[in-house]
Design a protein around this ligand. Structure first.
Ligand code: FAD
Length: 297
């Protein structure tokens, strides 16, 4: 029987995926790996696994294998961690895999971007179960959620690697892939301290996350985990502010689902202005302090 399992690595992801579940049209359950998850999700069943931390992908995939076994479709929000775990699960379950689904025509026909988003491919699934990572922005959330039954399960986790320590570098800022506001900076941000002060300062004032271009990352201005784009993180915030960013195809591939794109660039011919909803031709070192002063008031 066809049935969908949504895997929520973080609490809010199940709700983000509810639009995908609705469009797929299959009865569905939620597997929540986050004990803080909301339970009024409209799923038939919410299976809760309380994990204090997401373990390494090999052990998590093996632990999840018996839980996903009855399902024809298994989906999670698209990011590096979910791709790692779901690809391993697809291998263990001899299933198929589709990453970055942005739309679907039927339970076996999915659309996904290719070539930095300039091509949308239609992928036909030839073998079930199918493991999907989904970009939720393509699937509007249904207005109403129903109540769900819950069950608690525990996982047997045996990894071949063990995380012995972790230090957060993000401070109190929201997760880049999930943030409603993202402020990103590019190559002209000189050095790490200037980047943090100018881009980080504006992001903090707006309660947003910080992103960067690959040029900024490669120059050592911003840490690797902040890279947005084809080979970085995919973001879909309500507001994306791009400061000193030219608008390369590879960067735009990571931000095109943003609701409003604001570009600050001193070159009026910068390609980013073709994509921006609001464009400011200005020096970012002048425009951002002025903006912050106005926001402060
Ligand atoms: C295979 C591949 C994958 C890639 N993946 C990614 C990716 O995931 N993400 C990504 O971002 N890039 C990626 N790139 C790199 C991409 O092609 C661009 O080189 C990069 O995005 C450019 O970054 P940038 O806009 O910061 O720099 P630039 O292109 O140098 O642009 C800087 C911009 O800042 C403006 N500027 C300069 N000074 C100021 C100022 N004081 N105030 C306001 N504006 C100013 C300039 O007018 C210019 O438009 C990839 C490239 C390849 C080949």
């Amino acid at each position: 029987m066809s049935r969908l399992l949504l895997i929520a690595f973080q609490g809010h992801e199940a709700e983000q995926l509810s639009g995908f579940a609705q469009k797929l049209g299959l009865p569905y359950d939620v597997l929540s790996l986050d004990s803080k998850a909301a339970l009024d999700l409209g799923a038939d069943l919410v299976i809760q696994v309380a994990l204090s931390d997401i373990p390494p992908a090999d052990g998590l995939a093996k632990g999840l294998q018996p839980i996903v076994a009855p399902y024809s479709h298994i989906a999670a929000v698209s990011n590096m961690a979910t791709k790692d775990v779901l690809a391993r699960l697809a291998g263990l379950c001899d299933g198929s895999m589709v990453t970055d689904a942005v739309d679907l025509d039927s339970p076996t026909l999915f659309k996904r971007p290719m070539v930095a988003g300039s091509v949308i491919a239609t992928v036909k699934v030839l073998a079930l179960p199918v493991f999907l990572t989904v970009r939720p922005a393509g699937f509007p959330k249904p207005a109403k959620q129903g109540t769900s039954q819950t069950s608690q399960v525990s996982l047997v986790l045996k990894s071949k690697a063990s995380r012995i320590d972790s230090t957060s570098r993000g401070g109190a800022r929201p997760d880049l892939s999930q943030a409603k506001v993202v402020v990103s900076g590019g190559r002209p941000l000189k050095d790490a301290a200037t980047f943090e002060q100018v881009i980080g300062g504006l992001a903090d004032q707006l309660g947003g996350a910080v992103g960067a271009t690959r040029a900024a990352v490669d120059s050592g201005i911003a840490p690797n985990e902040l890279q947005v784009g084809q080979t970085g993180k995919i973001v879909a915030p309500d507001l994306y502010i791009a400061a000193g960013i030219s608008g390369s195809t590879q960067h735009m591939a990571g931000i095109k689902d943003s609701k409003t794109i604001v570009a600050i660039n001193k070159d009026p011919d910068a390609p980013i202005f073709e994509f921006a909803d609001l464009g400011l031709v200005a020096d970012l070192y002048q425009a951002i302090p002025e903006l912050r002063e106005k926001l402060g008031k």
